[in-house]
Design a protein around this ligand. Structure first.
Ligand code: RIB
Length: 301
């Protein structure tokens, strides 16, 4: 049997990261440490994670006709991703400005550029990919009409549609009805459900509220605590690995990519979340986004 295919549609950025003891407050200048530049973007990070962890992955994004776009495509080809659906825009390629403090916390500004130019028309042209993939993985660094269009085509074709709703922004209710697996963190779940999410119990109640809006199943990522699986019956908690984090950038992306790989291999959601927790525990121990995403051989699965 040929392996199941994972289609990732999302953003591609070049990450420019500075390490600093404390994050600056508004109006404040702080001195930072070493500057690094590397491949990033939630879509690209999730595609690279899925590929490195053993998935068969096609990545669709839009980059500019510039050096950053050229470098990103070359990098994705080196990773072994199917890049045949990558599009070019007249806008500059996406760039993310990232600060990481001594507690491994980050703050990020994304200059979307070409990512913001992914149109419904572009998605229509990818219809064949959407209808032939097994799993579609989406995030929210792309224009919402394109996210909705992709989710609807894949859902109507009976594919598993996975949405990592990051960064949180207002969403049409129709989108929720086209999502089979929703992977928010606690803050995102609180935003979309309109309910507080500060504990497992609250996360379970908010997940039920999302299911009432039409979302299928949920996995709520709870940072260093772990992940809560809500399939409809009693929720199941998968604890995170206890590790010393240096940079949490792309930890959530690694989780989502890893999860899709495990699902594509026929694992249960609990087994998939265990695999994803193990992968993201490795990511947080290294600086950078794609730089820190592990390979299958790094995991004992
Ligand atoms: O999730 C991490 C990513 O968010 C970074 O790579 C950055 O590009 C932003 O998109």
């Amino acid at each position: 049997m040929s392996p199941k295919t994972i289609l990732v549609i999302g953003s591609s950025n070049t990450d420019m990261t500075a390490k600093t003891a404390e994050l600056p407050r508004p109006g404040e200048t702080v001195l930072g440490g070493v500057f690094t530049m590397g491949a990033g973007g939630k879509g690209a990070n999730q595609a690279v994670a899925a590929q490195r962890l053993g998935g068969k992955v096609k990545f669709i994004c839009k980059v500019g006709k510039d050096m950053f776009g050229d470098n990103s495509i070359a990098q994705y080809e080196k990773e072994g991703l199917d890049t045949s659906g990558i599009l070019r825009s007249n806008l500059p390629s996406g760039v993310a400005l990232i600060y990481v403090d001594s507690h491994a916390e980050n703050c990020i500004v994304v200059a979307s550029g070409a990512n913001g130019d992914l149109t419904e028309d572009d998605i229509e042209k990818s219809r064949k990919d959407l209808e032939s993939c097994d799993i579609l993985l989406l995030q929210l660094e792309s224009p919402i009409p394109s996210v909705l269009k992709a989710a609807k085509i894949a859902h109507q074709a009976g594919k598993t549609v996975v949405l990592n709703p990051a960064p949180a922004c207002p969403l049409p209710e129709e989108l929720f009805r086209n999502i089979d697996l929703f992977i928010p963190n606690e803050t995102e779940l609180s935003t979309f459900s309109g309910m507080p999410v500060t504990s497992e119990k609250e996360a379970e109640a908010a997940a039920k509220a999302m299911q009432a809006k039409g979302v299928g199943k949920l996995i709520v990522t709870m940072g260093s605590k772990g992940a809560l699986i809500c399939e409809g019956g009693p929720s199941v908690f998968v604890p995170a690995h206890k590790v010393k984090a240096v940079d949490t950038t792309a930890a959530g992306d690694t989780f989502c990519g890893a999860l899709c790989v495990a699902i594509s291999e026929g694992k249960s959601l609990k087994e998939a979340a265990e695999f994803a927790c193990a992968a993201s525990a490795l990511t947080v121990q290294k600086m950078g986004a794609q730089n820190s995403i592990p390979y299958r051989k790094d995991l004992k699965f």
